[in-house]
Ligand binder design. Structure first.
Ligand SMILES: Cc1ncc(COP(=O)(O)O)c(C=O)c1O
Length: 411
């Protein structure tokens, strides 16, 4: 059984008497990640590639973090994992490298459900190289991608489809495997933004067969570090934007300059936390790291699906609350516990501020999902209030939020 008090005791940030529904913008960090960062800085701090002990130990730790990330994402080898400052920077970096493979007149596909970090890096290279851009739409009622518009885009035989795994605004989980099959049948590569899915479910890039997938550790209980998976042969073939003395081999050829080694150590700590959940609550025993990580994610997912159900039910009980996207409490398997709402007659920022006064932390605005707020027609009225649950949230917190929203409605 998922022992929530035990899980919460692993997050020192939760000592603050507040309700953290801000996790889609960044979760609290797990103690194991903090410990790894501290230990790195105190004992191992050194640059890469030296002959002496601290440098060798630092490199060994980065190798271990890479192996753990490879297990987490289901890669076939650690060299398929590239570390970087964050998902946006990694995507801008890869988009420029990929652009060298495209020629004027080629088509690329982006979606209106995506965070701008998986749109603008592609539209920028389209500008640079004279590429055509096709947009995939989403259904404004259900918040689901319209696969008919993807099919139409694929008729243009694009080179690349950039798609999110889960929406950071509406919480929709996209059918990435199906989308990848469709894209491959049309000869396109697939670049997945898994930033909002990674904290909530198992990712298996080998099963999905995607070419690239990016996520960020600060959304899954780690520090501010981005991770990119790429199929090894592509990372190897592609020409990286890099300086001459740096390695010509993946993954280092994409890891420009000096990395945040302490941050990478923290990624290992975050993954150790998720594996600990697997071992503690799903009887992981002496299983492999990947089995433990997956059983951890299964335990997290079932706790969070219960939270999604309660959150949607509570919000639906308030007639003045508008929920955007999927709102059926009995159908939460295709969403992450991130819900975008508005309160009739109130500006989203006013709602977020009133909640903040009661130490309930939520976001308002567009959270860079600009294409979503524009498509829903809410961009000019302040966007939406976003409530995002994570593995450490309690059912009781949903009730406190619901009561606070009822007060805001009356105010
Ligand atoms: C879906 C999604 N993609 C990309 C990003 C950008 O991630 P990063 O801050 O690591 O660049 C975010 C951040 O909120 C996000 O939610």
């Amino acid at each position: 059984m998922f022992d929530l008090d035990l899980v919460r005791s692993r997050f020192p940030g939760l000592a603050r008497p507040a309700i953290f529904f801000d996790s889609p913008a960044g979760t609290q960090i797990a103690q194991t990640a903090i410990d790894r960062i501290n230990e790195y800085l105190i004992r191992t701090n050194a640059n890469h590639g030296g002959t002496f002990a601290t440098s060798r130990e630092s490199d060994a730790l980065v190798d271990e973090a890479r192996s753990a990330a490879s297990a987490f994402l289901g890669a076939s080898r650690p060299e398929e994992i590239v570390f970087g400052p964050n998902m946006t920077t990694l995507t801008l970096h890869i988009s420029r490298s990929l652009a060298r493979q495209f020629t004027a007149g080629d088509t690329i596909v982006v979606t209106r459900l995506d965070h701008d970090a998986n749109i603008t890096p592609w539209t920028l290279i389209a500008e640079d190289k004279g590429l055509k851009v096709e947009w995939v739409d989403f259904d404004v009622e259900t918040g689901k991608l319209r696969l008919d518009t993807l099919e139409a885009a694929l008729e243009k035989r694009p080179k690349l489809v950039a798609v999110g795994y889960a929406s950071n605004a509406l919480g929709t989980i996209n059918p990435v495997r199906q989308i990848t099959e469709m894209a491959h049948a049309a000869g396109a590569w697939v670049y997945v933004d898994a930033v909002q899915y990674a904290p909530h479910g198992i990712i298996d890039v080998s099963d999905l067969d995607v070419e690239f997938l990016a996520c960020s550790a600060y959304k899954f209980y780690g520090p501010h570090i981005g991770l990119l998976y790429g199929k090894y042969h592509l990372l190897d073939e592609m020409k990286a934007y890099k300086v001459r003395p740096a390695s010509n081999l993946p993954p280092e050829k994409y890891e420009t300059g000096t990395q945040s080694f302490e941050g990478i150590a923290g990624v290992l700590g975050a993954l150790e936390h998720l594996a600990w959940i697997g071992k503690t609550f799903n009887g992981g025993g002496s299983d492999t790291r990947q089995t433990l990580l997956r059983s951890g994610m299964r335990a997290v997912q079932s706790h969070e699906q219960a939270l999604s159900k309660s959150l949607l039910s509570r919000l639906k009980a308030i007639p003045e609350v508008i929920i955007y996207g999927q709102d059926d409490p009995d159908d939460v398997s295709q969403r992450v516990p991130t819900v975008a709402i508005n309160v009739k007659g109130k500006h989203p920022e006013q709602v977020a501020r009133a909640l903040a006064e009661q130490e309930i932390f939520v976001w308002s605005g567009n959270y860079y999902a600009l294409a979503v707020t524009e498509r829903l027609g809410v961009e000019d009225s302040g966007g939406m209030v976003r409530i995002g649950a994570a593995q450490y949230n309690r059912e009781e917190e949903i009730e406190v939020l619901g009561a606070a929203l009822e007060q805001i409605v009356k105010a």
